[in-house]
Design a protein. Structure first.
Length: 88
């Protein structure tokens, strides 16, 4: 089960602003993105760790997450991971 993908961009609460275009614009502002990236590991780890527990109970089987290369994911709770380094 893939728990999600690129949460920092597509989900409110991980990166500043409300919409995807606003979050993408925030990435271009060094002071905003630097501050957001400092908070990201804690927010993402907390969310994904709780998510793994829920997914395992409800769906069973293996679980993973589809991340951006810049997302600081703690892969320890997951059964597998894949990093796509370039478009195929």
């Amino acid at each position: 089960m893939v728990m999600g993908a690129e949460l920092m961009l597509f989900t409110r609460g991980f990166f500043p602003d409300e919409t995807l275009p606003e979050r993408l614009e925030a990435l271009s502002k060094p002071t905003v993105s630097r501050t957001a990236f400092e908070k990201l590991p804690t927010l993402l780890d907390s969310f994904l760790t709780r998510g793994v527990d829920v997914v395992r109970v409800r769906f069973g089987g293996y679980d993973t997450y589809a991340s951006l290369l810049t997302e600081p994911v703690n892969w320890e709770p997951f059964d597998s991971y894949l990093l796509l380094l370039k478009d195929i």
